[in-house]
Design a protein around this ligand. Structure first.
Ligand code: AMP
Length: 416
């Protein structure tokens, strides 16, 4: 788990903003489920999954209830849907931290931030296209290009069950050729063996039965429509029949977005899919559902690798240097901030030279100098800390307008 500071925190906020704007333009409203839920909510993700069986921070609270820190947000969002029964379609987005007791590595942490979206109550494959395009266009908006969308359909519940049995039988026949880890996974969750990253298991996996033969006519048609929709929106994809994804509740459409600039073991920047049936598992009416989550930590690592989406500058516009008793600085920074400018000052006085050093360090474009000369004349000195170091005196009553005008001109110069 990490402590995050400037400029990383500002960069994360900017990333969430990019996503939130897109989601809200598409009719999604923000949802904030709690960080802690009753354990049962997460057990519905599938007790055979690693996330549930090994990685959850779960404990008994002082009321004797089994609770857990959320390892992802979908289960909590669907629990909220079941509890509050909002009208459908229910379209929501979220941003928040999840917790998994994984073995930490680059791009794999025990607390990580996600952005995501969920839609409850719509079966239409065109919605799958909308949801995937929200994920894809967010990634594109960050400037990432070394990314791939991979997609599969696991069929409906019956298809998935038949397929899982067939894969289990196949893996049992090839038990001797599998790694020890894969054998253990095969017993708990055979489909999970299919998206193994271990090279020694790849040969067996490559000849495993394909889901394509198990999809019902309806789920095959649903999948075709999703693929046609993606093509029509110009979203490139690769069908990957071995893509299963970790959680048990996925049905039909399942997808992942991979950043090839990242280390292969942790290169999934996001993923999602349909989870028709999860609402019912959580005690609600049968309700179709689809969603995705993107990992902010990995998205930003990918941004670093491609040198895009830098942290926005956090410097102030104006730094007030007051070599009198500080009362003028106290009042002026307040006025400037109220006028919408980013302004800072030094506390505790100090010489002109040392205060000017602080002004330079702050990254401010303008310094406002107030000495006894200025004070008695009812004026201040404005000094441009960039470019040519232009300097001028203005009346104290005009300082706000003068700075607003000059900062405005500076901005036009930099965007031109
Ligand atoms: P998942 O629910 O496992 O598909 O997670 C969705 C996304 O969250 C992944 O594609 C990652 O980008 C991110 N993610 C999952 N686990 C971690 C982790 N331990 N550390 C950092 N990011 C993670």
């Amino acid at each position: 788990m990490h402590d995050l500071f400037e400029p990383e925190t500002t960069r994360r906020r900017a990333l969430v903003r990019v996503f939130a704007e897109r989601a809200e333009r598409a009719g999604y409203g923000e949802v904030r489920p709690p960080v802690l839920e009753e354990l049962g909510v997460f057990l519905r993700m599938g007790e055979a999954t690693d996330v549930v069986s090994k990685e959850m921070y779960e404990f008994e609270d002082k009321d004797g209830r089994r609770v857990a820190l959320r390892p992802e947000l979908t289960a909590g969002v669907v629990r909220a849907f079941v509890q509050h029964h909002p009208p459908t379609p229910w379209k929501v987005w979220y941003a928040g931290t999840s917790f998994r007791r994984e073995r930490p590595a680059a791009g794999r942490y025990r607390a990580f931030d996600q952005i995501g979206a969920e839609v409850l109550g719509v079966d239409d494959p065109d919605l799958d296209v909308e949801v995937i395009s929200l994920a894809w266009s967010t990634i594109a908006a960050l400037g990432l290009s070394d990314v791939r969308l991979i997609i599969n359909s696991l069929g409906d519940q019956v298809d998935r069950q038949r397929y899982s049995e067939s894969v289990a039988a196949y893996l049992a026949d090839h038990r001797d050729e599998l790694s020890e880890a894969a054998r253990a996974t095969a017993e708990r969750n055979p489909l999970r063996v299919l998206d193994t990253k271990r090279p020694e298991d790849r040969a067996v996996v490559a000849s495993a039965p394909s889901i394509a033969e198990f999809r019902s006519e309806a789920s095959a048609a649903h999948f075709e429509r999703v693929l046609a929709g993606l093509s029509s929106l110009g979203i490139p994809f690769g069908v990957e029949e071995r893509l299963v994804r970790g959680l048990d509740y996925y049905r039909r459409t399942t997808f992942e977005i991979v950043a090839d600039s990242l280390d292969a073991a942790q290169n999934a920047v996001g993923g999602g899919g349909r989870y028709d049936g999860l609402a019912e598992d959580l005690g609600g009416p049968p309700t179709d559902g689809i969603g995705f989550a993107l990992g902010i930590d990995r998205l930003l690592l990918a941004c670093d690798a491609e040198a895009v989406f830098p942290a926005p500058p956090t410097s102030v516009d104006v730094y007030v240097v007051d070599t009198t008793d500080g009362a003028a600085a106290r009042n002026l920074v307040h006025q400037l901030r109220e006028a919408g400018l980013a302004a800072d000052r030094r506390y505790g006085g100090g010489s002109l030279k040392s205060q000017m050093k602080s002004a330079d360090r702050s990254g401010a474009r303008w310094a406002v100098l107030i000495g006894s000369d200025e004070l008695s004349a009812g004026e201040v000195t404005l000094r441009n800390l960039r470019a040519d170091g232009e300097q001028l005196r203005v009346a104290s009553s005009d300082v706000r307008a003068a700075l607003l005008e000059r900062l405005h001109t500076d901005r036009e110069d930099t965007t031109a």
